[in-house]
Design a protein around this ligand. Sequence first.
Ligand code: TRP
Length: 444
Amino acid sequence: MKPRDSFSGRFGIIAAAAGSAIGLGNIWRFPYICGQNGGGAFVLLYLVCVVLIGLPVLLSEFSVGRRAQSNAYRAFKILSPGTRWYSIGIMGIVAAFMILSFYSAVGGWTIEYIFRSIFSTISDHPKEQFNGFITGSYKPILYQLIFLFLSLGIVVMGVKKGIERSSKILMPLLLILLVILCVRSVTLPGASAGLTFLLKPDFSKLTGDSVLLAMGQAFFSLSIGMGCMITYGSYVKRDEDLTYAAGMIAGADTFIAVLAGIAIFPAAAAFGISPDSGAGLVFITLPSMFLQMPGGMIFSACFFILLCIAALTSTISLLEVIVSFCVEEMHIKRWKATVLVTFSVFALGILCSLSLGIAPGLKLFGKNFFDLMDFTSSNILLPAGGFLISLYVGRVLKKRIMAKELLTGGGTRKFRYLRIFFFLIRYVVPVAILIIFFSGLFRG
Ligand code: TRP
């Protein structure tokens, strides 16, 4: 077998994995879920979930991937032959399809907003305009298809060229632009109510399933629980420090989400937009602000272009999970697999798009198809995957193997660190997931 492609150096893996983690989850999903769950208190819950559950699972996925040098499905077959742990990989593929179906729909929305900014066709009723757009018939689907074609192009080109190159320059640019938007947002008249909403925890505003949603958001935002980071881990060089990489990635991901919140909630308060406006929150609030900024349409175009690229780098990581499975396990040619997967995703994606508008009857368990895919993947499949990975790494995989993966490149970091890690992965992670899962599902 030819050696696997690997990322070049420390910055390569951090940039690529951060490119996967940072995406619509931070800028579109985090603010809208946070807005529906009372603001500050949700942010706190989210942070706790990232540190106590997200980080250990991320480290576990990286370690398993690097150790096995393979995709998520095969990794478990290599490390524990004859067992059924590879089911984690299969669950991950199902989750990837579900996520891609609604993710590509929202990716399409960003493209529509790029055009609207360039042609200055953002109306001064952003809410009506947004709702009119997503409930339309063919337009959202057309843009979704364009978005998927862009991702397809990148995946066909292969790991190094596509993923690494696009992440390195553009993510820092997105960060800079977000900071500018934050400054504008908090200096708007009437902005302080929004800042209070975001930063001052009010626990009475949490609802029954807020904890479940916070945990699901942590999984979603860090791209964990379905083997994506196992595949990425397999591209990391032997002597890299995985702990450092995981810490940087989780830090950057969380920082971007909080910045997105600071850019959005104060502006929403200033323009009288309710924080619980749902999936349209970003697409309604920021255009309202752009309309009043000097050179606003330029900012708007830059913002939506960068958001679209952030969404693309995440999409390709999801596609990569399915494609590398098809290539390495089913021996389909890479370009064929990519085309096949993209079109299957598109088929499912059409249902998501239509369920928001002209086909409101596409409902299951009281949720439209879009929300159903979102809820099931983030709040059920990903935590279930995380639970299994924590059991595997904490109880099945030899401790020595994990210790080696966790300590290489880490200088003097030693046993106290291992003790904390194993305590989290053996007890805290699985128990917390179980409790949150069942209390959330039954109350929610
Ligand atoms: N984390 C990405 C975002 O926040 C989405 C994503 C990419 C993802 N790969 C994933 C989510 C794997 C869950 C699992 O936009």
